[in-house]
Design a protein around this ligand. Sequence first.
Ligand code: AMP
Ligand code: MG
Length: 427
Amino acid sequence: MLHTSLSELTALLAGHDAQALPVTAVQQAIAASIRPITETEIVPLKAALGRVLAGELISPINVPAYDNSAMDGYALRGSDLSDQAITLKVVGIAFAGHPYVQTVSAGECVRIMTGAVMPTACDSVIPQELCSQASETNVTIPANKIKAGDNRRLAGEDLPAGSAALAKGKLLTPADIGLIASLGIAEVRVMRRLRVAFFSTGDELRSIGQPLEAGCVYDSNRYTLHSMLLRAHCEPIDMGVVRDDPDSLEAALRTACANADVIITTGGVSAGDADYTKQMMARLGDVGFWKIAMRPGRPMAFGKILCDGREALLFGLPGNPVAVMATFYFFAREAIYQLMGALPQVQHVFSVNSAQAIRKKPGRTEFQRGVLSRDGHGRQLVTLTGAQGSGILSSMSDANCMVVLNHEQGDIAAGEIVSVLPFDGLI
Ligand code: AMP
Ligand code: MG
């Protein structure tokens, strides 16, 4: 929850132009104001993907649990190796799950498969393709192909028993889920899911299934928000469309506060919108209305709503569909993860050549929609999706990345390097 007052928060933004707050300053102010929830729950391992680990996970066992072979080949005693070719007697065979349990003496070796337990006294494996001659009974190993200790995985080399396998706050990935399984752990304690209530405001909005009268638009924001919240593993509470009138808005905010940790609204925060929104939000809680130097997504309300002893974080996002997505991704999403107790999420921005010239005014951050592709030489480059208006949702749908043009940056020439933020990560 918010642990600073709005005046303290506003103080964090002091020194910046109130008409054009830099994106990074707003992100820092939001981050500085959030205190994570503390409630946790236990979930079965398969349900833990994307959830936030509630505490450090300690490995109860060595991984791997025993020394084993990294190769298909022959397990031998390193002390038998010399600077001459050697011939060893094959005394047995070890498969994964079927160890060779007798002792191996000097001059002997064991045929071994990847993952099989290293036989007692053996400390090295010669891969089968490096042997110069091999039969059921004897194998000849040329000089200097391996050193003692090669091709053996040591017990605990991945994770020693008692060591920290995963950090508190880790957002669990497929690799983490597999890692936890490799420790034999069936359930994990994660932070509880956040309840996020959201609604759209606007008299012009119609919901799917309603006829679209002249001058009306279908409400798409609730659908993008619902989807983005699912991706963030929140529990979405869809409160529908709320009319542009003070009583409806107040009732919606009160209900949202009673049921949710976070409230996200869209529309109604622009300069031209009725002042009652601001007055009411101010009355129900502690909310700032910010003009952010970004495109799309300039106006945004942020703060908390207090109602009947409960408090909920509020994001009043702009109405335009692309602005909703940009403000969600660059402000709300990180705040949601922080509230869930997740470690800070690093956004991996990388540099590529712009296939085209881009017009850009210094003094604001722009998030233009781009398509990453490769030219005939295999070099990666980015092209804009076309019209970049903040109402053009197809520009987000066509894109596979954001081209991030920073605050100071001016016009970009074709071929110049720009920063891009891909929409999809591998993991
Ligand atoms: P507002 O910020 O309320 O002035 O809205 C700005 C623009 O975004 C207007 O053209 C609205 O019609 C449009 N808009 C607002 N909310 C939605 C929504 N939920 N779905 C689609 N468009 C919207
Ligand atoms: Mg509106």
